[in-house]
Design a protein around this ligand. Structure first.
Ligand code: GTP
Length: 597
């Protein structure tokens, strides 16, 4: 146990976490050069393309240092706010963290939020100034920023480059010398923290855990404390490049477990594994059931594909327990599903996975957060509003509450004014403003989550010319004024275009939605009136004008076989369009409300 070190790498996105991790693996001989090229820790295709570590994993390295053999367990953490609960559990499985800061970018919002998480878990922090090879690097200044943030000595900051490999040996030395060995009682009943799980279509769910007390043996009967279910430990092992099965994993170590579980929802990150016959008295603190933050409808482009979509969603859920869905129907779109996601990125990932892995073309409707509504009749009973149609009629409604977040934004002092105006426009209330240096400011705002979902990231980037980073955590529900804005096309309401909007913004947004839809809805042989309404009251109107005759002739004329070919080609490419009544609505129209500026 005294020669084990468990650590993670925390950093703002793109500060070089994966590159540096690969260097550590390469240096300790855990990977050969060729394997190294394929950035090992991110092993889903999609992840690699987006450059975001979505699912946390772990890997074991062996390192010989000053006459001793050490086991270094690197626990990877996801880099996006949508997955912050997973980050917190990965951190809880470690004794130390490398805090990586890009020498050109300096400290950003996630540097700080991850650091706080690490400090809450009493991790030893090893600061690393990364990318020192960059011509734009600012090593002195950024070192000063780190020293201010951590209250450490400048000599403690390790200069490194994941690109050239510079500094890697110093990092390994610091990991061994500074990070404490795990503690825990090898004789006590088994207590292990689940910090991740991965779906394997042949072997079922692989559970990744860190042992706090006791040990876990192959063939033993174990129990998951939060779910209350018990299993056989069919296989346990350590995570090298490939899994190495072992007879036993002991206190302080990190490993994987295979029990034949087929569904991801049985394995909950943050849960405690114990022995069935000799259970531990208390489970590990900090377990939470992750809750979806954003809801949207997902519908097949072809109504006949509904069953296929259901099967695909079920398969996706097997390996992504944070995806929730239930059937819903829409007058406009037919049968589909209301899905809950951890955030907007998670939503995009699911949509892309449906297309790539299952060859499903889907329409996603306007996302909304989850509101709580209360009726006059039963003012104590929460009605969950995950869908605009769930909102009770205004006449029977007592009140509505909406989820709030606390946001941290770090920007240059030049942009403070613009960033503040944006946050205030988004119904934010300023909580604090701190100058980290003369140039850089941290702003803390309380804001409605709904406003973050609606184009906040893009606006923030624009107003700060890219010099702003952003992070948040949920802080609970607050009273809200909410209305349902409906959209009528050609006189009939299209339920899938309805959106829940704060009453103060409803007129403005209704007008913008009509303008945007006018741009997006293709012209046809007749005029298409586009109206926004609150209840029976029309608040805005636009018209998509009919195509002129001669234009139609050019588009649709020509010989019939050519036209058929074209049609078939179109069908194959499955354009994301839905015919609603006699109007064709493209996918972008369903998202129009998110992109009004
Ligand atoms: P996420 O997984 O998205 O959080 O990013 P990350 O922090 O893992 O960053 P990643 O390792 O993917 O690196 C981000 C970008 O920086 C890539 O284009 C790397 O090639 C580049 N990069 C990483 N380390 C260095 C370095 O030391 N020097 C230079 N010049 N570029 C680097």
């Amino acid at each position: 146990m005294k020669n084990i070190r468990n650590f993670c790498i925390i950093a703002h996105i793109d500060h070089g976490k994966s590159t540096l991790a690969d260097r550590l693996l390469g240096f300790t001989g855990a990977v050969t050069q060729r394997e190294e090229q394929a950035q090992l820790l991110d092993n889903m295709d999609l992840e690699r393309e987006r450059g975001i570590t979505i699912k946390s994993h772990a890997i074991q390295m062996n390192y010989h240092y000053e006459g001793e053999d050490y086991i270094l367990n690197l626990i990877d953490t996801p880099g996006h706010v949508d997955f912050s609960y997973e980050v917190s559990r990965s951190i809880a499985a470690c004794e130390g963290a490398l805090l990586i800061v890009d020498a050109a970018q300096s400290i950003q919002a996630q540097t700080i939020s991850n650091l706080y998480l690490a400090l809450e878990n009493e991790l030893e922090i090893i600061p690393v100034l990364n990318k020192v090879d960059l011509p734009s690097a600012n090593p002195e200044e950024v070192t000063d920023d780190i020293v201010d943030l951590l209250d450490c000595d400048p000599e403690d900051v390790i200069h490194a480059s994941g690109k050239t490999g510079f500094g890697v040996e110093n990092i390994l030395k610091a990991i061994i010398e500074k990070i404490p060995a795990p503690q825990g009682n090898p004789e006590a009943p088994l207590k292990a923290l689940i910090f991740d799980s991965v779906y394997n279509s042949y072997r079922g769910i692989e559970t990744y855990f860190r042992i706090i007390d006791g040990s876990i043996k192959k063939g033993e009967k174990i129990k998951f404390m939060a779910t209350g279910k018990d299993y056989f430990a069919d296989e346990v092992g350590t995570l090298n490049l490939r899994q190495s099965p072992k007879k036993e994993i002991k206190t302080g170590d990190v490993g994987y477990l295979i029990t034949g579980i087929k569904t991801a929802s049985e394995v909950k990150v943050g849960d405690t594994i114990t022995s069935l016959v000799n259970p531990t008295a208390e489970r590990i603190d900090g377990f939470e059931n992750v809750k979806p933050m954003v809801y949207a409808g997902i519908y097949p482009v072809d109504t006949e594909d509904y069953e296929e979509l259901r099967a695909s969603m079920e398969k996706l859920q097997l390996n992504d327990a944070s995806l929730v869905f239930q059937p819903e129907s829409s007058a406009a779109l037919g049968f589909g599903f209301r899905c809950g996601f951890l955030g907007m990125l998670h939503m995009e990932i699911i949509q892309e996975r449906l297309e790539r892995e299952f060859d499903m073309t889907v329409i996603t409707t306007v996302p909304n957060v989850s509101y709580h509504a209360f009726t006059k009749k039963q003012p104590d009973q929460i009605i969950m509003v995950n869908n605009p149609t769930d909102l009770p009629d205004p006449s029977s409604m007592d009140r509505v509450e909406e989820p709030y977040i606390r946001a941290s934004i770090i920007t240059k002092s030049d942009f403070v004014g613009q960033v503040m105006s944006l946050c205030i426009e988004k119904r934010g209330e300023i909580v604090n403003q701190t100058y980290l240096t003369t140039e850089r400011v941290e702003l803390i705002f309380d804001m409605p989550l709904a406003e973050i979902v609606f184009d906040f990231y893009d606006r923030l980037k624009t107003v700060s010319k890219g010099y702003a980073s952003f992070d948040y955590h949920p802080t609970g529900m607050r009273p809200s004024k909410l209305v349902k804005v409906d959209i009528l096309l050609n006189g009939s309401s299209v339920d899938a275009l309805s959106a829940l909007i704060h009453a103060d913004n409803a007129h403005h947004i209704g007008k913008k939605m009509c303008e945007k839809l006018k741009e997006l809805i293709p012209r046809q042989q007749f005029d298409i009136p586009i109206q926004a309404a609150i209840g029976a009251k029309i608040i805005s109107r636009e018209t998509t004008k009919a195509l002129r005759k001669d234009v139609t002739a050019k588009c649709y004329g020509g010989d019939i076989s050519r036209k058929r070919k074209l049609l078939e080609k179109q069908k194959k490419g499955k354009k994301r369009m839905r015919q609603v009544g006699n109007v064709e609505i493209p996918q972008e129209a369903f998202m129009a409300v998110l992109k009004l500026n």
